[in-house]
Design a protein around this ligand. Sequence first.
Ligand SMILES: Nc1nc2c(ncn2[C@@H]2O[C@H](COP(=O)(O)OP(=O)(O)OP(=O)(O)O)[C@@H](O)[C@H]2O)c(=O)[nH]1
Length: 394
Amino acid sequence: MSSTAGHGRINKASAAGPALDPLLLELTRRLADRVLLSNFSSVLGYGLQAYLALGLLPRTQVWGWLGLMLLLEVGNSLVAWWGRSVLRHPERKRRYLRLQSLGLLLLGSCWGVSALALALPGEILPYVLNVFVLVVVGAFSIHNLCLYLPALAGFNLGLLLPVALSGFWQAQLHAGLVITAALFSYLVVLLYGLGANRAIRREIKARFAMQALTEELIGKNRDLTQAYRLIEEQAAQDPLTHCLNRRALRQRFQQLQERRRSEDVFLGALMIDVDHFKAINDRYGHAAGDQALLTLVARIKEQLRAADLLARWGGEEFLCLVFGGEGEHLPRVAERIRAAVGMLPLKFEGEDIRITVSIGLASLAEGEDFEALVRRADAAVYRAKKGGRNRVCR
Ligand SMILES: Nc1nc2c(ncn2[C@@H]2O[C@H](COP(=O)(O)OP(=O)(O)OP(=O)(O)O)[C@@H](O)[C@H]2O)c(=O)[nH]1
């Protein structure tokens, strides 16, 4: 029961789309980070005020005040720490913002009231210095708290309202002057905070736009690379059998030849030509002829190794580059192909179509180029045809 309710809450939270606005998320994240870091600069202010108060008040009172302020700082830091961990949860993020604003209002108020309380019993100079510290702290807080204006307004209200009210007790200064100065400082802080908030929002939006653009470009680049690879693949393939085409085989031959030179292994060519293919087309139709070519390719590939290459050389002619192995490897492969093709008839629309192949083989001689190798394999297949077909010749 409770788990269902829990899921309901989570769904409701994630359905609250606008609350997960990346801009607000980033602003909140930065606020939490900066509140965590702001403790260090605050401690400088406390130090100066404690030093001023030491001459006017008993030590225990000053240390007590310092302890209270540090405790409030720790409290705010803990809230910020918690806030960083709930950023992606809209409801908890809102709760964090409220809690952090409240914490900062409390910190500002305690700081404003106590700082003046520490200074009031004394001379005018400690009072002015304390007010100066509070105004400077308020000015510094713009940088951190402008990320969330209610937090900035709350903290500075707590800080400067006691200054304004202190005008009534501070006999040596005109109350109107103190109140006006405090309210003016408050107004300036808010105006600067608003400006800074807008600038940060603009900067974050620009960064997001740049990120989105970069991602779009990366995506487009990936699509283009894929499309280019596909075009390259298709340009190297025969559309019917998906074997390499002539141009691609010629290119691969260069690579194989370099490998052959460096590894000193065997390289040979098999020219495979279907026997009486025209008769198959004429008797069973062109579609049966196409099917026969696909079956033929499958059977040839079964006899080849991964390093070998098969290309469609012409209509019913295939050229195979056999790589590696000993000198007798090439005729063995050729014989295996011839036997495998001739053994199993092809089934097409209930008919058994028998195909056989004539194969001409040639081993690459030292210094021989691709064209010469193909010419010799071609001459050998011619001899196989002349000799009665369904045979291997060299
Ligand atoms: N179905 C089909 N037929 C093709 C394709 N390419 C070429 N052909 C046919 O293959 C036949 C080749 O005929 P020929 O060159 O006379 O050779 P053959 O009939 O095999 O005779 P031999 O090679 O002398 O045994 C022609 O009829 C072409 O139309 C193709 O992609 N599909």
